[in-house]
Design a protein around this ligand. Sequence first.
Ligand code: 13P
Length: 251
Amino acid sequence: MRKTVIAGNWKMNKNLSEAAELVNGLKAELAGKTLNVGVIVCPPYVNIESVAKLAEGTEIKVGAQNMYFEESGAYTGEISADMLKSVGAEYVILGHSERRTIFGENDEVINKKMKKALEAGLKPIFCIGETLEEREGGTMKEVIAKQVKGGLSGISEQELSEIIVAYEPVWAIGTGVTASPDQAQEVHAYIRGMLKEMYSEVAADNMTIQYGGSVKPGNAKELLGMPDIDGALVGGACLKADSFAGIITAV
Ligand code: 13P
């Protein structure tokens, strides 16, 4: 059976003391609760180590928001998979739409990062999603298919089991407009169908596919009640301990 996983993408928010406050707040919110979902927080690079230490011994796992695909060397400003592991990251978000649009990452670059992360023992949270123009223009499925095939190119079925897929419609990110449960379910089922064709029925059935885009405590339960929605990748609502905990406990 596949696992439900709620991940928080802090994006470029929280300095060192604010990061500690947020993770300590989350620990307090979740203390004593039996969780039937996985919980991941993805702070900015510079706070990964301190957040990982504060989360030690709890259910909270830590991830990064990006990494570079080379091992080491003259890549000023970049961070390697090994560095992330060495400070306590277990996951890494790859292919986020903000990386694709603001920083020009394409499927090929994302695929290289996926392979490097897997090789280093980091679990990718692999993001895909269409823009509003693509949805309205009728190319949504083509766009999703290209991103799935491009990002997973050359990745084995065994490696796939280490990956979480996150469907994040670009028009729903940070806009307050959430995809309806039916809209999200349609794409999730489409992605799972693709994985079945590319790999196997078992691999597709075991895949955790998160939804991301304006998830809040008030809409999480309905979204996660859909058969192919197995978690959430949360932006804005993960920046406060009570609202992130509200999403985790809503499911
Ligand atoms: P919001 O929850 O703020 O819409 O952000 C979603 C997101 O991009 C998570 O990666």
